[in-house]
Design a protein around this ligand. Sequence first.
Ligand code: PLP
Length: 323
Amino acid sequence: MNTALLHTRCPELERTLPFLRLGDGPTPVRELTGTTRNDLWCKDESGYGWGGWGGNKVRKLEWLLPEVRRRGARTVLTVGATGTNWGLAAALYARELGIDTVLALIDQPEDEHVREQLRRLRASGATIHFTRTKLLTIAAAPWLFLRHAHGLRLPYYLPAGGSAPIGVLGYVEAGLELGEQVAAGELPEPRHIVTAVGSGGTVAGLALGCALAGLRSQVLGVVVNDTLPLAASDLNRLADQAATVLRERGAARDIPPLRLASTRAYLGNGYGHPTPEAAAAGDVAAAAGLRLEPVYTAKAFAAALTADLDGPVLFLNTYGPRQ
Ligand SMILES: *Cc1c(COP(=O)(O)O)cnc(C)c1O
């Protein structure tokens, strides 16, 4: 199926909001048994994406890359940390459309997971600048734009994690998809949906998509990043901006109130810093057949296992390694 669910619901969107399918949906849902929580389910985004990397960034690119193309840009400029899954996905999927990627990377605690990701980034064809800190990245921005301009055409800027309002639509799609899976009886309606918050687009889109699908699920964002403003109010504002993108184009006029909350209880010492809870959760996940990583998904899964939540609890797995 090549049509976005949003386009099926609202055909007039198709003219002004182009969509390019980059992976196979619906992504699978299954019950996770043998953990410490009963009535725990998983919607697994790890297989989403036809290119050399998967996971939650691909659905964002399905809306962002056509917009980049529509604006006539030949290069995208984006930011992330040295282990960025977002930068890797952007570089690989943009390359397939003949669009170059420039990455400005800030430091994060280095471990084997990060070093492996850096090797993938170097092989992706992206141009990499190690700008080390957020402040130095902001200071270097004018130079980066000019350095990578094609004539008068500046690079198209994509924010960290692809969490621009248009990128958020990727997880509105996933929320609508989940609504169809609940309606088809593939899983019970979740009381809570738990997933990681790195730049916020995933939870913002999910909460909006669930509301549009008529689900009453409460989305709980597990904040794993201390370098961006990611309070519940920030996340709700991002969801509102995505809703405005739809409303301005005549779609989604009556949106029920969003159910979106967040917790910082699983962050530990900050972005990329390991926690014992996450390490333990990663082991439990592995025994249930889920491969997680320490920065995002293991912290979110720790919350799915141990937070005081009524079930059914749905864990959204956002990690999409290949091989
Ligand atoms: C980026 C990322 C997230 C967080 O998604 P956001 O939309 O940036 O909040 C979660 N898990 C993984 C594996 C990621 O790479």
